[in-house]
Design a protein around this ligand. Sequence first.
Ligand code: R7I
Ligand code: MG
Ligand code: MG
Length: 303
Amino acid sequence: MNERFRGCLVGLALGDSLGAAFEGMPPGDYEPSCKAPLFYTDDTEMMLNLSESIIERGEVVPEDLARHFIEGLNPQRGYGYGTLRVLSLIRSGVPIERATSMVFREGSKGNGASMRVAPVGLLYWFDRERIVEAATRASTVTHTHPVAIDGAVAIALSVGMILQGSSREQIPGEIIKYMKTNLMRGKIDALMGLLERGCSREEVIRLLGNGVLTEESVPTAIYCFLRYGDDFMRAIGFSISLGGDADTISAMTGALCGAWLSRGSLPPECVERLEDRERIISNADGLYELSEAIYRDFSKHGE
Ligand code: R7I
Ligand code: MG
Ligand code: MG
């Protein structure tokens, strides 16, 4: 189990850093390469900030999470405009609930909440209701649009179901039950259809998307995992070949594949070159320890 936690966070960071070179590119036959050092972007940075806040506080505490996002922010890592703006408003004293609706009226529906949320699925893997609740809380510090929340819930639940030992086929049919928006229900339904009949890269882009919005990237990443999840580099290679928001689609694909395969099955020549890998692994271990304690309590009280 500990190795799956590590696989999930290392997989996310690998996907992010391998995809970073292709963010904003048109679709193409790109080869992810581990020959040079692998530097991560905002996707991994926010995941680390979220993990560290959870480990310190034992749960998702929005004010503490905002503090970690603000203090841990390196503006060179390619943050979304809305997220930067919301964090800057919070830093200047605007309450979180107000700041999140000052950039986009209904709140951002960028994929920034989904790309970082995997630690929540790890923490509460044994309890879907808790995953939904905590993923929502972890999103709404920056992303309050219902589609952004659905995306984060979908990724966190997928991670949780992998750890519960669900088969890959079971995952989309389960997570669709937790989607609150028709848009995300429709996209997850579409991805199930594509898995059944097989399809080209162009169809994946046309029907699921490769963009920065939640509905254009979260279903795509889940699709990449479900189609190629037994082979990490193949899954990441496919997600990168879609172009568009390549770092983020690959980060989410990588988190799911890594949880599925465990750390030992990730390519060692890539893990070796990954920036901050010790910090990433230590976060996975901290989450594992915390999750074990919560799980023991959960089993004892039969909650
Ligand atoms: O969601 P967010 O943190 O961005 C994450 C992305 C990932 O690809 C990272 O790798 C990084 O590159 O950025 O940041 P936001 O700015 O909240 O959302 C991303 C973008 O989605 C925005 O800059 C807008 O272009 C778009 N967007 C919207 N457009 C119209 N209406 C988000 N919400 C809306 C909306 O409501
Ligand atoms: Mg990024
Ligand atoms: Mg991105």
